[in-house]
Design a protein around this ligand. Structure first.
Ligand code: HEC
Length: 172
């Protein structure tokens, strides 16, 4: 009887440790870089929606559900300044440093924004990949994809002659 109780206790302790360890290892980690980047992208005021339209659009098939069902893309002033009258990046032009592009991700067209996916142009920055920083946040700044991961999960898809920004080739 006594032994059974002891074994039960040991099993309980083991499970408790396993759960804590799992949470510790797999919860998204917030680094100082993530926090600073989130502060930066939320401090910019003059964002311009893609082609000046605040409409929430379906994501294209090309995302293979990497970005859920609906989206709205916005550009900070620095990025918007190089776009032409159609809201497109002219051929051969790249975005200047400190350009920010945010993709607001929605699971429903009429719902609230769920994820902010960000591309921030910073040539040669330690975490940059193809000259961009890549990160994803919840609307309140929780880290969904850390900038410290160097965009490894993003760049395989983000190949395009428009400075690796996909929207210009997909929606004219
Ligand atoms: C499976 C492919 C795929 C992956 C992986 C992916 N994206 Fe995208 N992303 C797209 C496509 C396609 C678009 C264009 C808009 C659309 O069709 O929804 C896009 C659009 C964007 C945009 C708006 C600017 C643009 O390129 O049009 C941002 C910002 C963005 N993604 C960030 C990220 C980040 C950050 C990651 C990694 C954490 C990531 N994406 C991973 C396919 C992908």
């Amino acid at each position: 009887m006594k032994n059974r109780k002891l074994i039960q206790n040991l099993i309980f302790i083991f499970i408790a440790f396993a759960i804590t360890g799992y949470i510790f290892l797999f919860s998204p980690k917030k680094t100082a870089e993530d926090e600073n980047l989130y502060k930066w992208i939320s401090s910019e005021k003059d964002y311009l929606y893609y082609q000046n339209s605040p409409e929430i659009l379906p994501t294209t098939e090309e995302t293979e559900r990497a970005h859920d069902n609906f989206m709205r893309i916005r550009f900070n002033k620095k990025a918007a300044d190089v776009l032409n009258q159609d809201g497109h990046l002219p051929k051969g032009v790249s975005f200047p440093d400190s350009s920010i592009i945010i993709k607001e991700i929605y699971s429903e067209k009429t719902g609230a924004v769920e994820i902010l996916a960000a591309m921030v142009k910073l040539k040669g920055a330690p975490n940059s990949n193809k000259d961009w920083l890549w990160a994803e946040y919840s609307p309140t700044g929780e880290v969904e994809y850390s900038v410290s991961k160097n965009g490894k999960a993003c760049v395989s898809c983000h190949k395009s002659t428009y400075d690796n920004v996909r929207i210009f080739e997909l929606r004219k």
